[in-house]
Design a protein around this ligand. Structure first.
Ligand SMILES: [Zn+2]
Length: 244
């Protein structure tokens, strides 16, 4: 599937696009096209974004938040529909140096959130050994999950099928937290435990939601430090590797 997509992209690339047609279907946005894009990252639009969503403005906002070295592992951003989005009910994903984002965005803020979150996964992948090498983050995550599951069990939920130590994304675990319990309730009971109810989904989301909040909502830093000391230390370590 990837191969077919690459071929399609190559066929769609047009050179010297006039400014106004730059976000049209299949267009390739290059750094040197007067748009101040992210250095070394190609942006390909396979499906047009809504008229009121301004990609250039969003990218410039992203660049203000993150230093250039956070993009070192990313070589392409592809905007448009993907089969995985439909299959997994997600809006965006990061895979093999490519950030895929749906074109179905409500507004600039919606697109901004998706891009920021996936860059956090890209940084995570860049430093996988530093983040997960000693197993401490996993321990912290499992402890928190067990605590939440105990609370839910005490509240009458049947959690016997949910394995707190299942670290990777699992549709069963995701479905339990997202659909059976619901993020509204989960958000209430995990307010002092996670930065977002989505953090409980998998170890990777535990990392990404915290790293994202650390950068876009600096006022959550004291909470992160207090509630997730291992995670906070990991974030500081990664920041230091980027001279931040
Ligand atoms: Zn994620």
């Amino acid at each position: 599937m990837m191969l077919i997509m690459e071929l399609n992209l190559k066929m769609k690339i047009k050179n010297n696009l006039p400014y106004k047609s730059i976000f049209k279907r299949g267009s390739l946005i290059k750094e040197n096209q007067d748009l101040n894009m992210i250095s070394g990252v190609e942006i390909v639009v396979n499906d047009e974004l809504p008229e009121h969503v301004n990609l250039s403005r969003v990218i410039n906002k992203v660049k203000k938040i993150f230093p250039p070295s956070f993009f070192d592992n990313m070589h392409k951003i592809i905007i448009g529909q993907q089969k995985e989005f439909i299959d997994r009910g997600v809006n965006a994903m990061y895979k093999d140096g490519i950030l895929y984002i749906t074109h179905e965005q409500d507004d600039n803020a919606d697109l901004y959130d998706d891009i920021i979150h996936e860059i956090c996964h890209s940084v995570e992948e860049m430093h996988e050994h530093d983040v997960y090498g000693d197993g401490l983050l996993e321990d912290e995550f499992i402890r928190k999950r067990r605590f939440v599951l105990d609370m839910l069990a005490a509240d009458g939920y049947n959690c016997s099928d949910i394995d707190a130590s299942e670290l990777k994304y699992s549709p069963k675990v995701d479905n339990f937290f997202h659909s059976e319990v619901g993020y509204r309730k989960l958000g209430n009971i995990t307010r002092d435990i996670f930065v977002s109810p989505y953090s409980i989904t998998s170890i990777r989301e535990y990392w990404a939601t915290a790293f994202e909040n650390f950068w876009i909502k600096p006022d959550t830093r004291p909470f992160l430090k207090r509630s997730s000391p291992v995670l906070y230390q990991k974030i500081m370590k990664i920041n230091k590797l980027h001279n931040l």
